[in-house]
Ligand binder design. Sequence first.
Ligand SMILES: [Zn+2]
Length: 274
Amino acid sequence: MPAKGQHRKPRSLNSLTRVCIAAGTGGVALALPLVTVGHASAAEPAKASAAVSAKAQYTVAPGDTLSKIATAHHVKGGWKALYKANEKVIGTNPSLIRPGLHLTLNTAPVKAAPAPAKKAAPAPAKKAAPAAAKKAVSSSGYTKPVGDAAIGTPYHAQGSNWSSGYHTGVDFLVWSGTPVHSVAAGTVIHAGADGSYGNDVIIRHADGKYTLYGHLTNPVVSVGQTVTAGQEIGISGATGNVTGPHLHFEVRTTPDYGSDIDPVAYLAAHGVTI
Ligand SMILES: [Zn+2]
């Protein structure tokens, strides 16, 4: 899939259709207004309603997911119903929604009464409820750096773009403005400009490994700060040496360039499958 020698460039930005969807995660607190830097005030989680017209139409914005839209607009039946109602325009994969798509927020067949409150809810309670706003963290305390984003350039792709001769991390295709999370608890050892990585955040973890999150629009943590698994540490972007927005995720055995190890294998070893 990833073109040889092609670095950091999401396959084709124009048709970059995926959005980090989190179907089951009810990404309530995850991502709000794209440009809001840092703290999404927990007090008012649904700010995105500007795009809704009187006729319950919504235009997909970069960074949107069905679950996010459904949550923000209190769509009856949640993202599944939203998908159902818009299946024709979305297509067969609910995780692929393109900015600019017009969705109807009308999921309820006209006559459906909001009645059978009792049994209607099929109890997703166990899985999704209490910690729904948080990212899913594996039993070993690890999670993904971004939602279910596709991978662009994989680890160790060969190319002249890199001083080491190969790609030292893995690229996740996300639009600028996507919240980026620490994959595990740790301490921030760098946050800010870092050469071709643009603005990045580097975190030291208890196992002695380091994770790096590159090309951020900006970090939302600072050096010395401790973070938890899944904590938002920055906003994705396209700073540094890039041809398009994405998250460059790298795992190292030291704080320095060249000590990288396979980031996907690292996550997998901690129960997180990309
Ligand atoms: Zn990269």
